[in-house]
Design a protein around this ligand. Structure first.
Ligand code: KG4
Ligand code: ZN
Length: 334
């Protein structure tokens, strides 16, 4: 089965071709980062318009790269949510219309499920059961995974997501958007012990997270230092990253102990963070994650999640449905 995957939930247009036997055949990605950087964050209306400009050229390019024709497709998978509604509607409208014109099925994929399943694309990928830490710009969740669509939410952020905390810290440090990679780069040269920032909600039992207090602590530290020297920026970045990583490591260990699992799957944009990967690898028995390019938003994870769902017999009516909010636990088992 040959599946075309289309991702347009936020600021990257991603397209990929996944084939059941051969695996990932081709993928293309267009990042809108340069356009949004001017505004310090994603401007939803501009995002939608740019997806419209890019999605069809990328579909053509992906088919060419994969050596397939549009008539070879067996199904189309697109991101149906959660995400920016206008941006989602671009991929959903194009994906569903293309499938309809070809007389093949289309499927709306859950963006966080696609992140969660992306590490399974790797040759030595994990197999359920495992615990997944989903860390992206909009979500921070610990999920017990028994199989595709068999998810139990163990804990989640009560306020800001981990990626959001990285982005806000970057802004406070004058590092611009997107924040995660910029903070990680600065942190390499910084001293992680010059400032002591909180490890929110680690001093009490439970698996929920809260990152808004950490952001406030960073804001107060920055205020006390202004004007910031290059040294200060690096040291605050290192202290912040250390606080986030410590917090995530503590909660992951707790989640593994609570479920009796030994395998942890790290997924979502923040999973590209090298310090988080390194520290988790040392702290838990088995960690799986996708290559960095498959951790941040991409079309391959959508094609793959769509393939798994379609192979499991999923079907949908012709209506184009997109959801800005969509709890992972509402998904049916595959
Ligand atoms: O999964 P993703 O690409 O999009 C969403 O679904 O949100 O995640 C984007 C988030 C952003 O907050 C970005 O700053 C963060 O992932 N991120 C990182 C790194 N790369 C991306 N955070 C920390 N370190 C990184 N290397
Ligand atoms: Zn994402």
């Amino acid at each position: 089965m040959l599946v075309l995957g289309i991702e347009t939930s936020c600021d990257e247009t991603g397209v990929a071709l996944y084939e059941g036997e051969a695996g990932l055949l081709a993928q293309t990605l267009y990042s809108q980062v340069a356009m949004h950087a001017e505004y310090g964050g994603v401007v939803p209306e501009l995002a939608s318009r740019d997806h419209i400009r890019k999605v069809l050229p990328l579909v053509r390019e992906t088919l060419r790269e994969g050596g397939r024709r549009v008539e070879d497709l067996d199904a189309v998978a697109y991101t149906a949510g959660p995400g920016l509604i206008g941006a989602l509607m671009v991929g959903a409208g194009v994906g569903r219309s293309l499938a309809w014109s070809l007389g093949i099925p289309a499927l709306g994929v859950h963006h966080m499920e696609a992140h969660l399943l992306a590490p399974l694309l790797e040759a030595e990928g994990p197999r359920p059961p495992f615990v997944a830490l989903l860390v992206s710009g909009g979500h921070t969740q610990l999920v017990e995974v028994a199989g595709v669509g068999r998810y139990e939410l163990l804990g989640e952020s009560l306020d800001d997501a981990a990626g959001e905390a990285f982005d806000k810290t970057a802004k406070l440090l004058g590092l611009g958007y997107p924040g995660g990679p910029a903070v990680a780069r600065e942190a390499v040269a910084g001293r992680r012990d010059r400032f002591r920032l909180p490890r929110p909600m680690t001093d009490r039992p439970g698996l929920d997270f809260s990152f808004s207090g950490l952001k406030t602590a960073v804001a107060n530290t920055v205020r006390g230092l202004e004007p910031l020297a290059a040294r200060d920026v690096a040291d605050v970045a290192a202290a912040f990253q250390e606080a986030v990583v410590d917090t995530l490591v503590i909660k992951c260990r707790r989640a593994l102990a609570a479920t009796g699992s030994t395998a942890l799957v790290l997924a979502g944009g923040v999973a590209a963070n090298v310090e988080l990967r390194t520290r988790l690898a040392a702290a838990v028995p088995e960690v799986f994650h996708a290559a960095p390019a498959l951790c941040t938003d991409n079309g391959a994870m959508i094609a793959y999640a769509g393939y798994l769902r379609l192979a499991g017999g999923a079907t949908e009516p012709l209506a184009i449905v997109t959801r800005a909010r969509w709890p992972l636990t509402e998904l049916p088992p595959a």
